[in-house]
Design a protein around this ligand. Structure first.
Ligand code: HEC
Length: 144
């Protein structure tokens, strides 16, 4: 039976299928998609880097937990409003001009020979730094 004229040549169809199913074609597409993704990632990178430089802020739930802990536990020695008690004041005025890194180290490692205990079992180093940053700014009332 002759092939109807509106049907493409059987050869052309097989050829087209062969082109589409050639392994290099999907691979080229995958490579193009990957490249697009990389470009998008590069474009998104600067704000992410800026956030890291500004200091990592804990996730909201953890932030609320830390704020509660600092107000209760640190407040028991440093005063409920951080104006001082057994430990010195931790208000922005009291901490002004002190190096943040060494204050964060004091929180993380404590100060041997003083009542200031280490908080390394409760806070990561990044969280200790975040706590000091908040104290220097004026400690938040809650995590919200
Ligand atoms: C058991 C009491 C006590 C507790 C609890 C305590 N501290 Fe202290 N802290 C002290 C004392 C005392 C000092 C002073 C140490 C010294 O003589 O150098 C101090 C010092 C510090 C300093 C250094 C201040 C400065 O001006 O150099 C920081 C910062 C600090 N504490 C933060 C904290 C934080 C944050 C917490 C809670 C996570 C905390 N402290 C819990 C007693 C305490």
């Amino acid at each position: 039976m002759p092939i109807p004229p509106f049907f493409p040549e059987p050869n052309a169809v097989t050829e087209a299928i062969a082109v589409f199913s050639r392994p290099s074609a999907p691979r080229r597409l995958a490579a193009a998609l990957l490249l697009t993704g990389l470009c998008a990632a590069l474009l998104a990178a600067p704000p992410a880097r800026a956030a890291a430089e500004a200091g990592v802020s804990p996730a909201p739930a953890r932030r609320a937990e830390i704020i509660r802990m600092v107000r209760q536990d640190c407040g028991s020695c440093h005063g409920m409003t951080f104006k001082g008690g057994l430990g010195p004041a931790l208000t922005p005025e009291a901490l002004a001009g002190k190096p943040m890194e060494s204050l964060a180290a004091t929180v993380f490692y404590g100060r041997k020979g003083t009542p200031m205990p280490p908080w390394s079992s409760m806070l990561s180093e990044a969280e200790a730094t975040w706590v000091v940053q908040q104290l220097m700014r004026g400690f938040p009332d809650s995590g919200n």
